[in-house]
Design a protein around this ligand. Structure first.
Ligand code: SF4
Ligand code: SF4
Length: 185
């Protein structure tokens, strides 16, 4: 695929989102356009969670406001606490550049709700150590993409459904899930 044909958005882990923040010195925040579009409320989080590394964007749901790195890190921290999916967006003219990160959930965000909205899978894939898994089911309930289920006392991962967001690895109490770099598919 030609670089310029990539979807604007892709999914990444929180660690990758932290790396993106650490690569930048200036930050801006706007309300989330999806949350604003659904009435400026979200059952899961605050609505000002669209983080930018450039002020060349209009702002998704409100004008941009400049914030400190400390505030940017707090947005990331909140996204972890609220189990939001990190979804960076690329520069529309140069898809090798990432211009910012949205933090999404299934209450409002378009790509959860609309099957036509295209978004790339992440670079890492989940790997579950079945010896450590105690089948508590927490990851099954939290996976937005219905990629995990327990059947016949076995954890089953439906790889085609997995967006590689890494939330299951963040929340597993047994630390039985790792995110590992996947080969190009
Ligand atoms: S959260 Fe961890 S221990 Fe619980 S079912 Fe999922 S993989 Fe297994
Ligand atoms: S199994 Fe679900 S929670 Fe885990 S990485 Fe895949 S999409 Fe995310």
């Amino acid at each position: 695929m030609n670089d310029q044909q990539y979807p604007v958005h892709y999914v990444c882990t929180k660690e990758e989102a932290l790396n993106l923040i650490n690569q930048h010195k200036k930050f801006w925040l706007s309300d989330c356009g999806c949350r604003v579009g659904k009435g400026s409320v979200c059952k899961q989080s605050r609505i000002d969670v669209c983080l930018y590394f450039t002020d060349t964007w209009e702002g998704m749901g409100s004008p941009l406001r400049s914030i400190s790195k400390k505030e940017a890190l707090l947005v990331l921290e909140e996204s972890k606490n609220k189990n939001l999916v990190s979804r960076p967006f690329r520069n529309p003219k140069d898809k090798n550049i990432t211009d910012g990160v949205c933090f999404c959930c299934n209450d409002c965000c378009a790509y959860f709700l609309c099957p036509d909205e295209v978004c790339d899978n992440g670079k890492y894939r989940e790997s579950t150590d079945m010896e450590k898994c105690n089948l508590c089911g927490i990851c099954v309930d939290l996976c937005y993409f219905h990629a995990r289920k327990i059947e016949n006392d076995q954890m089953i991962v439906i790889k085609d459904n997995c967006y590689r967001c890494g939330i299951c690895a963040e929340i597993c109490p047994e630390v039985s899930i790792q995110m590992i770099l996947r080969e190009q598919e």
